[in-house]
Design a protein around this ligand. Structure first.
Ligand code: ADP
Ligand code: GLC
Length: 476
């Protein structure tokens, strides 16, 4: 079976969040199941150089205003199709925005990606490769199923995965033509969305199947608190919706082989203490008698970073420490910097994006905090499990599906793998951090918790099998 996966990010070529990890990991995970998946992304500046030798497998003389070529290359064993259209994708800033904000032509930039994906799926690529399934991710690729539906599908079935409903590809209704949507799509049952257009909505009503990245989030999406206006659209398609958890790339994230750290395993935990000491030294912290917590995150409202301010004083007073790595909203960056200035011996902050440092933090931390207000899946709690860095999570979305929170019952049953709190506010987070301090002080209980965390199945084999079964159902 052949699957064309289309998205705006893919590790190791371009990443702003977990989407890239998933798009990069899926082809490898599915190969074992006999599925031949290619990943298609825009050729942002520098992508073709990273791919090295490439071959053009499709071209269009007028793809949303210019000549575009689809270039096939390989990286890490994955076949990548990079859409080379410099007039759309060579920009000074990141994939979506620069210092002045979002690019004004984002709707067309990603409609072009979706159009090319649908065309290649329908007609097949120049090297004879034609997919059975087109798998689109998020609003950037959501028009691909729509184009298959309205302009002919060539026998190809479509899947749309929602990684985050907060991003809906909303733009003015006057762009119907420029997005190459037929007039009949301007309807509340189709792409029209409160007087605007939403590419995500267009995809949700036209894809053959919909998935999202955890079973809990699949249910949450149908509720107004989480659906962000699209809850009704999703509820109407409940029968076609599946929640499939993300996995961890266990080659990159493995404490036994990680080149960034003193390697360790559940059987030999001694080096974890050396990693802790190294992290404390790297950040110039003083003695941390209680648990050393880490945060690796985008600094946004979604991630609940502001809740830390309320919960930190008690945690620090109880002996805890915090190392935080992230970047994002200015106010949140300032708030976490203020915390580091207030407790220089206990709190350290690095504003920026740094993968090797993230590895050293997971190895050196005792716990990883993920206080998200909503979290479709989340990857850092999975890294925490893998590295025996106990996840402290808000009980929502994928966090709820991947961490078994400590309670008298779950501890007695030897089932707990972390700490979970609800409701999602500063008071409950403070309570979770008190629980963390108590468990950390109870050496046998802590050792058991860490061991079970490290035993949790967080790889791609189970989720890959579910995707495989879904694809097979669609083409049966
Ligand atoms: P989201 O995609 O919503 O940001 P995820 O938890 O799914 O959340 O994925 C985030 C990914 O980005 C993880 O791989 C995480 O390690 C990584 N990440 C986030 N911020 C940073 C940072 N500042 N430095 C390095 N890696 C980061
Ligand atoms: C989104 C979500 C995150 C998820 C990631 C990959 O960025 O915010 O929870 O893990 O996509 O699916």
């Amino acid at each position: 079976m052949r699957v064309l996966s289309v998205a705006s990010e893919c590790v190791p070529l371009i990443k702003t969040g977990g989407l890239a990890d998933v798009v990069g990991a899926l082809p490898v995970a599915l190969a074992g199941d006999g599925i031949d998946m290619r990943a298609m992304i825009p050729a942002y500046e520098g992508i073709l150089e990273k791919l090295g030798e490439v071959e053009e497998v499709w071209a269009d003389w007028n793809l949303y205003g210019g000549h575009a070529g689809l270039m096939k290359g390989t990286i890490g064993g994955v076949t990548v199709l990079a859409l080379d259209a410099p007039y759309l994708y060579h920009r000074r800033g990141g994939p979506y925005a620069d210092a002045d904000g979002d690019y004004w032509d984002n709707p067309e930039r990603f409609a072009a990606l979706s159009w090319a994906a649908a065309a290649v799926a329908r007609e097949g690529a120049g090297d004879g490769w034609k997919p059975d399934i087109l798998h689109a991710h998020d609003w950037q690729a959501a028009l691909a199923p729509t184009y298959l539906r309205y302009h002919g599908d060539g026998g190809v079935k479509s899947v749309l995965t929602i990684h985050n409903i907060a991003f809906q590809g909303v733009t003015g209704g006057d762009r119907l033509d420029s997005l190459r949507l037929p007039w009949h799509a301007w309807h509340p049952d189709k792409a029209e969305y409160h007087g605007n257009l939403s590419t995500l909505k267009a995809g949700l009503v036209t894809a053959d199947a919909i998935t999202t990245v955890s079973p809990t989030y699949a249910g949450e999406l149908m509720r107004p608190e989480f659906g962000m206006g699209l809850e009704g659209v999703i509820a109407a398609r409940a029968a076609d919706l599946t929640g499939i958890l993300n996995g961890v790339d266990e080659v990159t994230w493995n404490p036994e082989t990680d080149p960034e750290i003193h390697p360790y395993s559940a059987r030999n935990m001694k080096p974890k203490a050396a990693n802790r000491a190294a992290l404390i030294e790297e950040f110039g912290l003083g003695d941390v008698p209680g648990p050393l917590a880490i945060v690796v995150s985008r600094l946004t409202w979604q991630k609940g970073i502001d809740l830390l301010a309320e919960a930190l004083p008690g945690f620090i007073a109880a002996g805890g420490g915090l190392v935080l790595l992230g970047s994002g909203e200015h106010g949140l960056e300032q708030a976490v910097r203020n915390a580091a200035a207030r407790w220089p011996d206990r709190v350290a902050v690095r504003i920026g994006y740094d993968e090797p440092l993230a590895h050293r933090m997971f190895a050196g931390g005792d716990a990883v905090l993920v206080p998200s207000r909503f979290e479709p899946c989340g990857l850092t709690q999975l890294y925490g499990l893998k590295y025996g860095t106990v996840p402290v999570v808000a009980a929502t979305g994928g966090l709820n599906d991947t961490v078994i929170g400590a309670s008298p019952a779950s501890l007695a049953a030897n089932a707990a793998t972390g700490i979970a709190f609800h409701p999602i506010d500063g008071i409950a987070l403070a309570g979770a951090l008190r629980q963390l301090v108590q468990l950390f002080d109870d050496r046998p209980a802590w050792a058991g918790l860490v061991k079970r965390a490290m035993k949790a199945e967080v790889g791609w084999s189970a989720p890959a099998a579910v995707y495989g079964a879904l694809y097979r159902r669609l083409i049966a």
